[in-house]
Design a protein around this ligand. Structure first.
Ligand SMILES: NC(=[NH2+])NCCC[C@H](N)C(=O)O
Length: 302
């Protein structure tokens, strides 16, 4: 039984994407009852502050995300300092910079952070390589220490993630420059054809081994567009042929009980495209699967 308080932080950011609809994602998931569903698994849950990007106080889109990342990272740091477990609910995927910078800084005295990144995209551009200049295409590069100083250097240090502790699953839409960066760094990327061939379970097991080995803790950054749009149509940038929801639910169940699991982030929920609320339900079921105090609880509920 896990009695650590689960503290949800809403990340109201859509400015990182070309279509800003994800800015309303956290509020919509709150209304949908995500906290209630998590509490029903047996966790003690608080929905804390929502951190909002404020473009009117910034000089550019990138600057808005830099300031937002800083604010979000401080909020996540506070949760960790209180001994609670953070769940960051986005928001476009640029929120990963704030989330994982704080988690990496928190575990740093004990060692490195491992991260499993589930996504249709690589999110490994820098301002020098991105055609769209959309910051939500840049967070993984920033966490690896590449990109705008305002995104790489939170808490006064850069390289929050080391390449050997990171694994991506589900990529199927990307540009050559970001692919080249990850290849040069030696990051393990399981592209969608490999996931279809080996199965999501085998890929996730490999990713978990990467995230756990030689690290002081690990987490999951789940971009909903990693899922197949047939199961999760309400995302910022949907791409055909993704991970099926049933596979994800089965495989991700019980992560909370795995050694070293620290935190989760769920991103790119776009309520403006979620007619009928199917994606909100998928998002809710996924966080419950990962964060339930005991695996059996989810199996009984299913
Ligand atoms: N987190 C996301 N949905 N990222 C999409 C990025 C799309 C594209 N690679 C870009 O950089 O603009």
């Amino acid at each position: 039984m896990n009695d650590q308080v689960l503290h949800i932080i809403g990340a109201a950011v859509g400015e990182g994407a070309s279509d800003g609809g994800c800015k309303w994602g956290a509020a919509a998931l709150k209304d949908h009852g995500m906290a209630r569903a998590l509490a029903a698994t047996g966790r003690t849950v608080t929905w804390g502050d929502t951190i909002s990007a404020q473009p009117m106080l910034a000089t550019s889109r990138l600057h808005a995300i830099e300031v937002f990342s800083d604010h979000l990272s401080v909020a996540v740091q506070q949760v960790l300092r209180h001994g609670q477990q953070p769940l960051v609910v986005g928001g476009d995927h640029s929120c990963a910079v704030g989330t994982w910078s704080a988690v990496a800084d928190h575990v740093r005295p004990q060692g490195a952070l491992g991260l499993i990144w589930i996504d249709a995209h690589l999110d490994a551009h820098t301002p020098d390589t991105s055609d769209t200049q959309a910051p939500h295409g840049m967070p993984l590069a920033a966490l690896l220490g590449h990109g705008a100083p305002g995104m790489t250097g939170l808490f006064g240090w850069s390289g929050k993630l080391r390449p050997e502790h990171v694994a991506l699953i589900g990529a199927r839409s990307y540009e050559p420059a970001e692919q080249a960066l990850l290849a040069r760094l030696g990051v393990r990327v399981m592209y969608m054809p490999e996931v279809l061939e080996r199965g999501f379970a085998a890929c996730f097991a490999e990713a978990q081994a990467i995230a756990q080995s030689g690290t002081a803790g690990w987490g999951i950054s789940l971009d909903l567009d990693g899922l197949d749009p047939r199961d999760a149509p309400g995302t910022g940038t949907p791409v055909e042929q993704g991970i099926r929801l049933a596979d994800a639910l089965a495989v991700l169940a019980g992560c909370q009980q795995q050694a070293g699991f620290v935190a989760m982030e769920l991103t790119e929920y776009n309520p403006l495209r979620d007619f009928g609320g199917r994606t909100a339900q998928a998002a809710t079921d996924l966080v419950c699967a990962v964060l339930a105090p005991e695996r059996a609880t989810m199996e009984l509920a299913a």
